[in-house]
Design a protein around this ligand. Sequence first.
Ligand SMILES: [Mg+2]
Length: 136
Amino acid sequence: MEYPNNDNNGLPRATRDVSLHELSTRLAEFSQVRGWDQYHSPRNLLLALVGEVGELSEIFQWKGEVGKGLPNWSSAEKEHLEEELSDVLLYLVLLADVCGLDLGQAALAKIIKNAIKYPVITPHNNDHSQNPTNSK
Ligand SMILES: [Mg+2]
């Protein structure tokens, strides 16, 4: 198993698109060689996911509103955020896998469902009551 800084085409990792399938495959290998599969029940993975969401939340705790792009954050703070976001994503992918679900397809289907539930507002259907950010 290699974890390259560059992809097979020599592109920097930041420009390489990573699929959920690749993450799933690498997670399966990571767990299998360590004998951790026995601990990866859906319930255990959900609790681990929630714990990681807590660690992610701690990063933003007490900071007040944070600007897009994190303009005043240090590189160390951004790296910490990357790590915790990754922990959340990896547990989410693993949870979907042990439940036998295709997370990528499910997420695409959910976007379509949301598009139907929350149609684009035009001058002809100017009903803001369906906007989830509208508290009315
Ligand atoms: Mg963590």
